[in-house]
Design a protein around this ligand. Structure first.
Ligand code: HEC
Ligand code: HEC
Length: 306
């Protein structure tokens, strides 16, 4: 099932023209966006030694996260469901492009973050889980895998293909109702009418987009611009690039207008959490969409964790 659905979208990316409005605080030197992406070494180049063992463990954690480290994962996602091709694919936030950009100041938490801390946050938000403690073998393994993929890449520059596609604003404001139609036609057959994805033999074959088993309100993908860029470049998985930019924005607004696990930074009420973390129009958190107050279900639960 999964293998059948895995269709590379590389070709479609080239023609999209990555937006030049690369976000400000991020990296020192924006690179040319039309240049050929860096090619990470193949898995066959993983050395046969202790370091190589850590690299392999990191790859396993990245691609089968819940099974490999259930103690840190509260949903049904793996890192590679968003960082495609096991963290190799350009414009799907590849690890080889991320590695050399840290330590880096992040407005999200207001201080300079090491690469390890950046990884910890993915567990807290994208995986709706618990952060591995500093120095934990999970972090060391993921860092080793990223270092391996980045071998030979320039450090301290924003490499072509870094991050997700930055989609220029669409002509019309993103719209939930138009997004509903885009979703029904292009996404529901895989991700399900209810956005819950598909499991085969207890394993995630198609990841959930919303609901209790998906990423939480603090995750990068819960921000409409990130989702729109990801979707435009990579979805539908069997026909990447098939949606217009307007359709990608609309379906991103649809997904972002659905309930998902509480923001772990919950500040005592939906209003306070919205004010502190969701102003600026990038997320629908704290607004009522389709009759549901998004984020209105009280403090975070951690029941998904083992
Ligand atoms: C639901 C999709 C999703 C999942 C699952 C996910 N991520 Fe991410 N990740 C993102 C998004 C979106 C961003 C960009 C966030 C932003 O810029 O606000 C990101 C950013 C990152 C970055 C920084 C990239 C850069 O160039 O600075 C790293 C590193 C990373 N993720 C690693 C991981 C790891 C490790 C896991 C699994 C433990 C993971 N991610 C799971 C969506 C995801
Ligand atoms: C052919 C099946 C298929 C179709 C159609 C499809 N997807 Fe996906 N989608 C997948 C698979 C499989 C993954 C995980 C990719 C991986 O692990 O390599 C995924 C991942 C995602 C993710 C990131 C992971 C997550 O759970 O958030 C988003 C967002 C997403 N799809 C949105 C969409 C949208 C929006 C559409 C419709 C425009 C769509 N998909 C159509 C199969 C599909």
């Amino acid at each position: 099932m999964r293998a059948a659905a895995m269709i590379a979208g590389g070709a479609a990316l080239v023609t999209l023209g990555v937006g030049v409005g690369l976000s400000v605080s991020k990296a020192p030197v924006p690179s040319r966006t039309d240049a050929k992406p860096f090619e990470p070494p193949p898995d066959t180049a993983i050395p046969d030694n202790e370091f190589g063992k850590a690299v392999k463990l990191g790859r396993e954690i990245f691609t089968d996260t819940r099974r490999a480290v259930p103690q840190f994962v509260g949903n049904d996602l793996s890192c590679s469901n968003c960082h495609l091709d096991a963290g190799r694919r350009p414009n799907a936030s590849p690890l080889w492009a991320a590695y050399g950009l840290y330590p880096q100041y992040r407005a999200k938490n207001g201080h300079v973050n090491s690469f390890a801390e950046r990884l910890q946050e993915c567990f807290r938000y994208s995986m709706n889980g618990r952060m591995p403690p500093a120095g934990d073998r999970t972090l060391v393994a993921l860092e080793s895998y990223a270092t391996f993929l980045a071998r030979g890449a320039s450090i301290g520059v924003m490499l072509p293909g870094q991050g997700f596609l930055k989609l220029p604003k669409a002509a019309r404001a993103p719209d939930y109702e138009r997004g509903r139609a885009v979703y029904a036609e292009n996404c529901a057959q895989c991700h399900g009418e209810d956005g819950g994805g598909l499991k085969v033999d207890g394993k995630t074959a198609i990841p959930p987009l919303w609901g209790g088993r998906s990423f939480n309100w603090g995750a990068g993908m819960a921000r409409t611009p990130n989702a729109a860029g990801f979707i435009k470049a990579n979805m539908p998985q069997d026909r990447p690039g098939a949606l217009t930019s307007q359709q990608a924005w609309d379906v991103a607004a649809y997904i972002d207008g659905k309930p998902r696990p509480q923001d772990p930074r919950y500040a005592g009420s939906v209003e306070a959490t919205r004010r502190q973390f969701h102003e600026g129009g990038q997320s629908a958190y704290g607004t009522t969409v389709d009759g549901v107050l998004l984020g209105g279900d009280g403090p975070p639960e951690t029941t998904g964790l083992k």
